[in-house]
Design a protein around this ligand. Structure first.
Ligand SMILES: Nc1ncnc2c1ncn2[C@@H]1O[C@H](COP(=O)(O)OP(=O)(O)OP(=O)(O)O)[C@@H](O)[C@H]1O
Ligand SMILES: [Mg+2]
Length: 495
């Protein structure tokens, strides 16, 4: 008689090479039944590659996978799914034009005879979404949903598959704190039923609060794997980045200049009468729950959506912003939260992506100053520690976090006076976050006005000079004494 195996899943000494990059060179971990296991590491460490191998998207060059003690290889995602492994990838795989229901049951359509039983699917879709606490129209195409809701649908899709092993690559990146808590209680519930979860996240608070064990991957190799209680935050960070980080939230002291941006009674859609101003050198945070209007406000200022009413003044001069082009020309830029949709040209090279918005600035008489472009490009790649194998690599082959860094590098090149960031550190590792804070501080010290939307309250409290809190499309309050305020103070205004 075979003893019950201790491990639901075991990956040993996995190697994987891409042209020019050794993505994995000895990654291992094991997952026990009913365990929540976190996989952490820097951007480009190889986490996504490892789970793509596990879920049959990629094949390993060498190494082994065992499922309940049996060696397995998956030739396709469908094979892995049939073996009970359900994966939510870092980049969404929903089909935008299909309804929520159709996406939930894609590849597993519920049939009656030869027909898809749409009524049954709709009922089940509602049960699943209800369990996740999302109330949305199950017939709406997913393209109409906010990023956070799309992610919930992805999770619902895994639940619909009744899997034994759930793999999630940064599932919480786009969720609000409440949604994250709901997801975690679902994971615990599933764990109690014996479902093992492998979960990748750059949010260490979450990792520490939800995971039973943590595996750290650095440069494609497993460097440590231990029970969560054996780690403290500092050690974990040090293992991830390979060096100690003294201050997680460095704060640059700047002296403020004149009022550079003034917004009066900005109104459109959900956003009502938002007024505020910000000075040169000031870092202003925009906090609030998901859907409170933070993103809408920066999009309105940037001209990505059109305002019903409101006045925007830059350095004392009223500006008319009808489209992002107008905003960029007046010196306002926005780093968006949805890098796939609005940010990168995925099929173009990294170098071209970097150069896009600055082309006009660097070219003289229509020629692109290649030497200058290369020099600036290299500076940023070094500064933000962007992992690339060559500037000619396609943007889509970069790891998720490195795509985000590339976007930031791109806007930093524009000579803008107001720089707005929407969730700038989402999906980037703790070392790069630190670099990003230093960079934002440096921009402020150069007199730029920074507006920063973030769901990470610790980050806002750590680096902002002032925090505006939104609730249901309006400004609900303002925190001026940031150093002596807590997450609870912000939340109290937000709910
Ligand atoms: N299809 C591909 N072609 C070429 N290189 C790739 C490809 N996919 C990944 N890479 C490279 O392999 C390395 C590991 O990438 P991977 O996406 O696994 O990192 P990650 O740990 O998930 O990072 P992140 O936290 O940023 O998501 C990176 O250097 C990346 O650029
Ligand atoms: Mg990844």
């Amino acid at each position: 008689m075979n003893p019950q195996p201790d491990f639901a899943l075991r990956m040993r000494a996995i190697h994987k090479r891409f042209p020019g990059v050794q993505a994995l060179s000895g990654a291992s971990f094991d997952l026990r039944p009913g365990e929540i296991h976190a996989l952490v590491g820097e951007n480009g460490a190889g986490k996504s590659t490892l789970i793509k191998i596990l879920s049959g998207v990629l094949s390993a060059d060498s190494g082994s996978i065992e499922l309940l003690g049996q060696p397995v290889t998956f030739g396709s995602p469908a094979e892995a799914r049939r073996a009970g492994i359900s994966t939510i990838f870092q980049e969404f795989t929903l089909i935008p034009s299909l309804s929520v229901t159709a996406n939930l049951f894609l590849g597993r359509e519920q049939t009656r005879g030869i027909l898809i039983d749409i009524a049954e699917e709709r009922r089940n879709a509602m049960v699943i979404l209800d369990r996740l606490g999302v109330s949305i129209d199950v017939d709406a195409p997913t393209s109409q949903l906010a990023v956070a809701v799309q992610q919930m649908v992805e999770i619902g899709r895994a639940l619909a598959g009744q899997s034994r092993i759930l793999v999630m690559d940064e599932p919480t990146a786009a969720l609000s704190p409440q949604e994250v808590q709901r997801l975690f209680s679902i994971l615990r519930e599933l764990a109690a039923q014996g479902v093992g979860t492998l979960f990748i996240s750059h949010r260490l608070d979450e990792v520490i609060s939800v995971a039973d064990r943590i595996t750290v991957i650095r440069d494609g190799i497993t460097v440590d794997s231990r029970a969560t209680r054996e780690y403290d935050r500092r050690t974990l960070i040090q293992q991830m980045v390979g060096r100690p980080i003294e201050q997680e939230y460095p704060k640059t002291q700047t002296t403020f200049g004149e009022i550079s941006l003034e917004v009066v009674n900005l109104t459109a859609g959900n956003v009502r009468d938002v007024s505020f101003s910000a000075r040169e050198g000031e870092i202003v945070g925009l906090a609030g729950l998901m859907g409170s209007g933070r993103t809408e406000v920066v999009r309105l200022i940037f001209g990505a959506d059109s305002a019903e009413s409101g006045v925007i003044t830059l350095a004392g001069r009223r500006v008319k912003i009808k489209c992002p082009g107008d905003a960029v020309a007046s010196g306002i830029c926005l780093l968006t939260e949805d890098r796939k949709k609005e940010g990168l040209v995925l099929h173009a090279s990294i170098r071209d992506n970097f150069a896009l918005p600055s082309l006009a600035q660097w070219s003289r008489l229509g020629f692109i100053n290649q030497v200058e472009e290369n020099r600036r490009f290299e500076t940023h790649v070094l500064k933000l520690n962007i992992r690339i194998s060559s500037p000619d690599q396609h943007a889509e082959d970069l790891s998720g976090g490195n795509q985000q860094k590339l976007l930031v590098a791109r806007w930093l090149e524009k000579d803008s006076s107001v720089i707005m960031f929407d969730e700038p550190t989402r999906g980037i590792d703790v070392g790069a976050k630190h670099e990003m804070y230093l960079l934002i501080g440096e921009l402020a010290a150069r007199g730029k006005t920074i507006i920063m939307v973030s769901s990470e309250l610790l980050e806002l409290l750590g680096i902002c000079d002032r925090i505006l809190v939104m609730r249901r499309g309006r400004l609900a309050g303002e925190i001026t004494d940031v150093r002596h305020s807590s997450q609870e103070d912000v939340m109290a205004m937000a709910v």
